[in-house]
Write a protein that binds this ligand. Structure first.
Ligand SMILES: [Zn+2]
Length: 687
């Protein structure tokens, strides 16, 4: 499986991080600030604004547009919508339809925003080529078009800006999908005496669990770091040379030996002071003393691939418990901004410059600890404490760059709004299966508090920029309650569009996706399968000539689509008889552009409360079609009907026309700076 990213080969290959060009002199009198808050819902903004809780947003809204729903994309999810924000075009022209894409030959899912080619080594030691990381996003971002015209821009943690692109006359600090050191969206670690041997391993949501066994007061364990690209290369070569079925005992031993070294590991020693309810942890070159319920500062962690190559990361530790049980949480290992494994900003120096001014700040695109809370390894308090810090890290970077005053256009995005709603929606929805009265009394205001934090931050920005500078507040989509999970593939099986031979397949984990080697679609009889679902509400026709084992001819595709649409629209919750699907959209009706062939034939728009299941999103088809969502991940937006999932727009300038759309931001910026709007842009200026 292709991977997100990799390796600290920059120094080895003698590629010196280029220092960015000096900023050109100021050419434009006008300035513009855009602040993005992922998933900020216009209904919640309006409600809390009316209650007087968002005074700064109210001020902006009153001077300009009011609070507007901002039209979002199919499917209403961050990668797709932020790509449309950047380019002003529909997904048919920018090619980002979902977090996932599928390989049409093998049907395997892959992360859908970047293409990764691993580095190459000779003699299993010396690097001869750098890893290649390419964004698959098409279209041209407005900061590039504006930059070519001389607009000086500062683009900060906007989603879908990794790898960083060159911005003429500008700077860019990457956001999502900038991965952790393991090239995942966030592998967390949990070490505990309370784990049984059977609970050890990789969790559904990307955690690594390890049981701690103490000999007296000391336990030894290890932290799984980045994959070793040299061992990965050896494994690829071995697998290519010898098919699994014909592997000799010797090859099998070699394979096992390599697999044991597939990841670089750091030894960890935990000294437990039971009576003092504390622990001292040795990891890498650091010794960290923590009391129960205490966070460490950022700890540098270096991983040696060999004597030539070192990968630099940093993590925070949290001692969950040290009384009856010893439980230690370690955050995903973030790239070190002063020495990242690959460029994470443009110019490359920028991430280190910010580090020198602010100290460590988290670099992982998915910056909040959603996965460990979803797996019940940390609690709501730890999640929220960490989330506030994630918010502050992004906010501090944005404020620091505002203060440089070397920009005409500044765009900064914070995603904590999205994460808090994903995880805490269950505490504002008493009808959610995971609603908990006691927890709601304590954390029922978590979402509101983050919206108010946004408002405070907006106030800080307003205080720093000239009042004549327009400020746009933008979000990419809204939010819904995610009460019921829908196994769309299982439904396709039930309706006869997909055929399974023999046993119903087992459950998939994120590790299957991230780690490679996961099995997907086992037991699917492709010759008799007409359609399959992957990602958030996408249904693909199993087309001959396109899919590896296509069974539907292009001439029959339309009839299969029509049959599917008809069935989907009558899909009802077996318990309540409520309709679960609001709308189904056909590819040719919603997309146009050069990448349309990569789109699914159908996009399902689920009704409030129903979301496609995690298993379906990874291509799984476990038993049962609708079941209550018993995870803390309880609010969502992906796979809901886009009409009901608009984002938010607040413009301090009055806007023209009705129904603003996320594709309208790019042409608005270009017009504001007097830059000609390219003819292929789908949006229209709003002022
Ligand atoms: Zn989200």
């Amino acid at each position: 499986m292709k991977r997100l990213l990799f390796a600290s080969l920059v120094a080895v290959l003698g590629v010196v991080a280029a220092c960015g060009p000096r900023r050109p002199p100021q050419k434009f009198q006008q300035k513009l600030v855009i602040l993005g808050f992922d998933g900020m819902d216009p209904r919640l903004v309006q409600k809390w604004m009316d209650e007087g809780k968002l005074p700064n947003m109210k001020k902006l809204a009153a001077s300009g547009s009011g609070v507007q729903p901002l039209g979002t994309t199919h499917s209403p999810e961050s990668p797709t919508a932020w790509a449309s924000f950047a380019t002003g075009v529909n997904a048919g022209k920018h090619n980002i339809y979902d977090f996932l894409i599928r390989d049409t030959t093998t049907y395997l899912p892959d992360l859908g925003m970047v293409h990764f080619e691993p580095p190459k080594f000779v003699l299993n030691y010396f690097p001869v080529s750098m890893p290649v990381i390419q964004s698959i996003r098409g279209g041209t971002s407005f900061w590039v078009t504006a930059g070519k015209a001389g607009v000086r821009s500062s683009m900060l943690t906007v989603p879908v800006t990794f790898p960083p692109e060159d911005v003429p006359n500008g700077e860019l600090l990457s956001g999502l999908p900038l991965p952790d050191i393991r090239r995942t969206m966030g592998t967390f670690y949990y070490f505990g005496t309370d784990l049984s041997r059977y609970e050890e391993g990789n969790t559904e949501f990307g955690g690594i669990l390890k049981r701690l066994v103490f000999d007296g007061d000391v336990a030894q364990t290890e932290l799984t770091g980045p994959p070793n690209p040299i061992v990965k290369q050896q494994l690829r070569e071995l697998r290519a040379r010898v098919p699994a079925a014909t592997m000799s005992e010797l090859d099998k031993m070699k394979m096992a030996e390599l697999e044991a070294r597939e990841d670089v590991r750091l030894p960890v020693t935990v000294h437990w002071n039971r009576s003092g309810k504390s622990a001292t942890i040795n990891i890498g070159d650091s010794t960290i003393h923590l009391s129960e319920k205490e966070w460490s500062k950022w700890i540098n962690l270096d991983f040696n691939i060999n004597l030539l190559i070192r990968v630099h990361g940093m993590a925070q530790l949290y001692l969950i418990g040290a009384g009856k049980e010893l439980q230690l949480y370690i955050s995903p290992v973030n790239w070190r901004p002063d020495n990242p494994p690959a460029a994470m900003s443009s110019p490359t120096r920028l991430s280190a410059d910010i580090y020198e001014r602010l100290g460590p700040y988290r670099t992982l695109g998915w910056a909040e600890a959603t996965w460990p809370l979803n797996e019940d390894r940390i609690d709501e308090k730890v999640f929220m404490d960490d989330l506030y810090r994630a918010f502050d890290d992004r906010a501090q970077v944005i404020l620091q760059r505002i203060d440089t005053r070397q920009w005409d256009l500044l765009v900064g995005v914070i995603e904590s709004t999205d994460r808090v709603q994903h995880m805490m929606w269950r505490l504002v929805d008493p009808t959610h299966p995971m609603y908990d009265k006691a927890l709601a009394a304590k954390y029922g205001d978590a979402i509101e508090r983050v919206y108010r934090k946004c408002d405070d931050f907006i106030g800080e920005v307003m205080a720093r920029v000239d009042p004549s500078t327009p400020i746009l507040i933008v979000s990419d989509h809204g939010f819904h309650s995610f009460r019921q999970s829908v196994n769309l593939n299982t439904w396709l099986v039930q309706e006869g569009f997909m055929v399974i031979q023999g046993q119903q397949p087992g459950e998939k984990t994120l590790q299957d996706l991230f780690g490679g080697g996961g099995t997907f679609w086992e037991n699917v009889d492709w010759a008799r399968t007409k359609a399959y679902s992957m990602g958030l509400g996408q249904i693909y026709i199993n087309l001959t000539g396109r899919e590896g084992h296509g069974s539907v001819s292009p001439a029959d595709s339309s009839a299969v689509q029509n049959a599917l649409v008809g069935r989907l629209l009558t899909m009802t919750d077996p318990k309540t008889k409520v309709r679960m699907v609001d709308a189904v959209y056909k590819r040719d009706d919603i997309y146009k552009g050069p990448f349309i062939q990569n789109a699914s034939e159908l996009q399902v728009g689920f009704a409030e409360g129903y979301r496609v299941s995690w298993q379906t999103s990874l291509g799984g088809s476990p038993p049962g079609i609708v079941y209550p969502n018993m995870k803390k991940w309880s609010g969502d937006h992906g796979s809901y009907d886009y009409k009901q999932t608009s984002g938010t727009l607040i413009s301090s300038r009055p806007i023209t026309g009705a129904h603003p759309d996320i594709m309208d931001i790019a042409p608005t910026v270009l017009k504001y700076f007097g830059v000609p709007i390219p003819s292929d842009i789908d949006g229209k200026p709003i002022f």
